[in-house]
Write a protein that binds this ligand. Structure first.
Ligand SMILES: NC(=O)c1ccc[n+]([C@@H]2O[C@H](COP(=O)([O-])OP(=O)(O)OC[C@H]3O[C@@H](n4cnc5c(N)ncnc54)[C@H](O)[C@@H]3O)[C@@H](O)[C@H]2O)c1
Ligand SMILES: N[C@@H](CCC(=O)N[C@@H](CSCO)C(=O)NCC(=O)O)C(=O)O
Ligand SMILES: [Zn+2]
Ligand SMILES: [Zn+2]
Length: 378
């Protein structure tokens, strides 16, 4: 490889300050060190978590940085000691690592991994606690251990999932975050059983993937809740069977759902990031067993509350990160499921632009009809 061991200069979208338009810059990307992988990113989508961090409300948001965490690419080179991937492999960056060795990975109880989280949360690589990105000699922070809004990025090897080279990278990039999160929230975190009544709050990509997962799990009713009526028609295609717009009801939405379901739903999922809705999602659950899963990411300083009586009387409040999927082991499996047409992916892509148009893509993300916008990065 001509570029192996060299600093690569390439285009990246730099977030210099919260909410200030991203700037396409020529950045320098250092070679991967021990245990690291340098990846040529071919496609990246935008997730609402990128917008959240860009907004300045993420306590882990550091600037200047390179955002992006839902992508696909090809390994350009690997650092010393990297054995599971090599140059030319097709990969999906995984913001949630899987080292298979740490206390978390070995617990069998969680998909969270502790190996590199201390570094990825502060925008650096674990080896030397430094960044591999710079612009005009000044370092740029990494983001979520992925920084995919760049033509090249460097990841810890424990954050790289090797996938079937036949998979279309412009589609399976979505398997880096939103779609697995929704599916896994249902299959891994809630473990929805056939016949269950499910409520999904928020019908964006994550909520629609919850609906898709619930349909596959055999849910008998899937009630979509959104403040935007335009969401319903599309949501039907993902499995939503009924629609409730809280704005059209005087009663609190939890009461509306309890009345609609003879005492409450079996499972609810909050896919918005709104702490008041999180409360409603818990309180619409059936007494004795209803389980509510928090999927949405709420801003710094926001807190959830409810009467403890809600839990005393058997409701369960849970949360999920990346849908509970073990990233390196299960992302390739999700890719195979997509290739066998067992899960949707193309259906979530509503827009396609280029990296140079990233600010327009963020504008689209805030418009009602955009699910995922995939950027061509090359
Ligand atoms: N936990 C994880 O691992 C994980 C992974 C990916 C995304 N997320 C988070 O999930 C959330 C959803 O992501 P998305 O990409 O689907 O977002 P999105 O913005 O596309 O969807 C949110 C939906 O909620 C609706 N909505 C807004 N306020 C509402 C309200 N008060 N009541 C009912 N509906 C309301 C909007 O109309 C929209 O349809 C975000 O907070 C994102 O950061 C979490
Ligand atoms: N830095 C944020 C954390 C936000 C958060 O909860 N992130 C989710 C993924 S969102 C993907 O779109 C997650 O997986 N969290 C687990 C983890 O970060 O280890 C904040 O502090 O608010
Ligand atoms: Zn995401
Ligand atoms: Zn681990």
């Amino acid at each position: 490889m001509a570029t192996q061991g060299q600093v690569i200069t390439c285009k990246a979208a730099v977030a210099y300050e919260p909410n200030k338009p991203l700037v396409i810059e020529d950045v320098q990307v250092d070679p991967p060190q021990a245990g690291e992988v340098r990846i040529k990113i071919l496609f990246t989508a935008l997730c609402h978590t990128d917008a959240y961090t860009w907004s300045g409300k993420d306590p882990e948001g550091l600037f200047p940085c390179i955002l992006g965490h839902e992508a696909a690419g090809i390994v350009e080179s690997v650092g010393e000691g990297v054995t599971e991937v090599q140059a030319g492999d097709h990969v999906i960056p995984c913001y949630q690592a899987e080292c298979r060795e740490c206390k978390f990975c070995k617990s069998g109880k969680t998909n969270l991994c502790g190996k590199v989280r201390g570094a990825t949360g502060v925008g650096v690589m674990m080896n030397d606690r430094k960044s591999r990105f710079s612009v005009n000699g000044k370092p740029l922070y990494h983001f979520m251990g992925t920084s995919t809004f760049s033509q090249y990025t460097v990841l810890h090897d424990v954050s790289v999932a090797k996938i079937d080279p036949k998979a279309p990278l412009d589609k399976v990039c979505l398997l880096g975050c939103g779609v697995p999160t929704g599916l896994g929230a249902v299959w891994n975190t809630a473990k929805v059983e056939p016949g269950s009544i499910v409520a999904v709050f928020g019908l964006g990509t994550v909520g629609l993937a919850v609906a898709e997962g619930a349909k596959a799990a055999g849910a008998s009713r899937i009630i979509g809740v959104d403040i935007d009526d335009r969401k319903f028609e599309r949501a039907k295609k993902f499995g939503v069977t009924e629609f409730v717009n809280p704005k059209e009801h005087e009663k609190p939405i939890q009461q509306v759902l309890v009345d609609l379901t003879d005492g409450g739903v079996d499972y609810s999922f909050e896919c918005i990031g709104n702490v008041s809705v999180m409360r409603a999602a818990l309180e619409c659950c059936h007494k004795g067993w209803g389980t509510s899963v928090i999927v949405g990411v709420a801003a710094s300083g926001q807190e959830i509350s409810t009467r403890p009586f809600q839990l005393v009387t058997g409701r369960v409040w849970k949360g999920t990160a990346f849908g509970g999927f073990k990233s390196r082991s299960q992302v390739p499996w999700l890719v195979e499921k997509y290739m066998k047409k067992e899960i949707k992916v193309d259906e979530y892509i509503t827009h396609e632009l280029t990296l140079a148009e990233i600010n327009k893509a963020f504008d689209l993300l805030h418009e009602g009809d955009c699910l995922r916008c995939v950027l061509t990065v090359e």
